[in-house]
Design a protein around this ligand. Structure first.
Ligand code: C6P
Length: 405
C-alpha cells in the first residue's frame, strides 16, 4: 500500500459513520471526494481567525489572506509543473475553466467554417461550451468516437483534423469509463498540425501526477473538490502565450488596469481572468489539499487505487450477468456497470439502504449512454481511503439485492 491506511482514515472523520444502520461505504468519489482534516482546518482558519478580501486592502488581515491566496497559486504551479505562476488561473471548477477557454479562445481564434474536435466520451462540461462556441461563430463540432471497450479510436483522429480545426478538447480520464486517454499522443498529433489542445483533468488530478510542460498541453482544467479540496474552486492552466492574447472572460473588479467610460484596460495575467472577489478561502484550502496528496505521494495513491480497481472488477465479474462499461487496461478506479435488468435508480437506492453510496443516472455523459444504448448506469468510484473490506461489503450488497429481484 505504501502508506498507513489507519492513519489515512483518521484524516477523514466523515467516513466513520453509519448510514441506514450500516457502516457508510463511500464509493462516489468521482462525483466529489471527501476532505481531510487539514483542509477543513484551513477553511476554518480562513473563516474564524483570518478573513479579509484579497488584493484590495492594506491592513493586516488583507495582507495575510492575499499572501495565502497567492501562495496557493504557487502550490498549484508546482503541482502541475507549470512554467510560470501567471499561467495558473483560479476558477470555480472544471466547468468554468472550460467555459473560459471556449468563450475567450474562440472569440479570438474561431471564425465561420472552423472546426473543434471533442471525443464521444466527454463529460457535458467538455461538450456544451464548445457547442455554444460553435453556435456563436458558425463553426462545426466534430467527434472522435470510442470503441465498445471504452478506448478512443485513435486511428480516426487524423481523418477528423483539417486546416479548419482550431482546438481539440479531450478528457484525460473519462468519468464514466475510467479510461486514461493517450493524451500525449493526441497532443503530439494536434501540435504537428499547429492545433492547441485542452485537457479536462477533472478525473485525473486525484490519481496521477501531472506535468503540463512535459505533456506540452495548451490548457489543463481541474476542480478542487475532486482532489480532496473544497467545492466552488478550480484551476485553469493555460500557456502564457495563449492566455496573453485571449480577451478577458468576465468583466469586473480585479481584472482591470484602468477604467474610464471611454475605455477600460485590463490587468496582467493571471488577474485578467479573475474578475470579482474570488473564492479565496477555497483557493487557500485547495493548496492544503494538494500538499496533503503530495505528502502521501500520487504514485502510491495511484498504485493502491489500481489494486482496489482490480479487486472490485474481478469480484464483480465473478457475479456473472453483470456488464462493466469501459474495460481499457489503462483505467482509474471508476466502474460503471449494469446488474441484470435492475434499473440503476433501484440499485442505487437499495445500495444506499445497505449503507453504500454510488452514483446512478446518466452521469453527465449522455453520449456515453447513447453509445451503449442504456438510459442510465450505476457507478462505483474509489479513493485511497477506501478498502478491500468495503468492496467485500459492496459485493455482498449486490448479491443480496440481486436475490430480491
Ligand atoms: N463529474 C461526476 O460525477 P465540475 O462540476 O465543474 O467540478 O466538474 C465537471 C466535470 C468535468 N469533466 C469531467 C471529466 C468530470 O467528471 C466533471 C464532473 C462529476 O462524474 C460530477 S457531474
Amino acid at each position: 500500500m505504501g502508506f498507513n491506511f489507519q492513519d489515512i482514515r483518521k484524516d477523514f472523520p466523515i467516513l466513520d459513520q453509519r448510514v441506514n444502520k450500516h457502516p457508510w461505504v463511500y464509493f462516489d468519489n468521482a462525483a466529489t471526494a471527501q476532505r481531510p482534516k487539514v483542509v477543513l482546518e484551513k477553511i476554518r482558519e480562513f473563516s474564524v481567525i483570518t478573513n479579509a478580501n484579497i488584493h484590495r486592502g492594506t491592513h493586516d488581515h488583507a495582507i495575510r489572506t492575499t499572501e495565502a491566496y497567492e501562495n496557493a497559486r504557487d502550490i498549484v504551479k508546482e503541482f502541475l509543473h507549470a512554467e510560470a505562476r501567471e499561467e495558473i488561473i483560479f476558477t470555480h471548477g472544471t466547468t468554468e475553466s472550460i467555459n473560459l477557454v471556449a468563450r475567450s479562445f474562440c472569440e479570438k481564434f474561431l471564425t465561420t467554417g472552423d472546426e473543434i474536435i471533442v471525443t464521444e466520451m466527454e463529460h457535458h462540461a467538455n461538450i456544451v461550451p464548445w457547442q455554444m462556441a460553435c453556435e456563436r461563430h458558425q463553426a462545426t463540432l466534430k467527434v472522435l468516437p470510442f470503441s465498445d471497450k471504452g478506448e478512443l479510436r485513435m486511428e480516426l483522429l487524423e481523418t477528423l483534423i483539417t486546416k479548419r480545426t482550431k482546438i481539440i478538447a479531450v478528457a484525460h480520464v473519462s468519468n464514466t469509463l475510467g479510461t486514461v486517454n493517450p493524451i500525449e499522443e493526441i497532443i503530439q498529433i494536434a501540435h504537428s498540425h499547429n492545433i492547441p489542445v485542452l485537457i479536462d483533468g477533472a478525473q485525473s488530478v486525484p490519481h496521477a501526477s501531472i506535468d503540463v510542460q512535459k505533456l506540452d498541453c495548451d490548457f489543463y482544467a481541474f476542480s478542487g473538490h475532486k482532489i480532496y479540496g473544497p467545492t466552488g474552486i478550480g484551476i485553469l492552466y493555460g500557456k502564457r502565450s495563449l492566455l496573453e492574447v485571449m480577451p478577458p472572460f468576465l468583466g469586473g473588479g480585479e481584472m482591470i488596469d484602468q477604467v474610464t467610460f471611454k475605455k477600460t484596460t485590463y490587468n496582467e495575467l493571471p488577474h485578467k481572468f479573475e474578475a470579482g472577489t474570488p473564492h479565496y478561502v477555497g483557493a487557500i484550502a485547495l493548496g492544503s489539499a494538494i500538499q496533503y496528496v503530495q505528502n502521501i505521494g500520487l504514485d502510491k495513491i495511484a498504485a493502491y487505487e489500481h489494486q482496489l480497481l482490480n479487486y472490485a472488477t474481478n469480484q464483480m465479474k465473478a457475479l456473472g450477468d453483470l456488464q462493466i462499461f469501459g474495460e481499457s487496461p489503462a483505467k482509474t478506479g471508476v466502474i460503471c456497470f449494469k446488474l441484470d435488468q435492475i434499473h440503476p435508480f433501484d440499485l442505487g437506492t437499495l445500495l444506499d439502504q445497505l449503507g453504500i453510496a454510488v452514483r446512478t443516472g446518466r452521469l453527465c455523459a449522455d453520449p456515453v449512454m447513447d453509445h451503449y444504448q442504456v438510459t442510465a448506469m450505476t457507478r462505483a468510484s474509489f479513493a485511497f481511503y477506501n478498502s478491500e473490506e468495503e468492496i467485500d461489503l459492496f459485493i455482498k450488497a449486490l448479491q443480496r439485492i440481486r436475490s430480491m429481484f
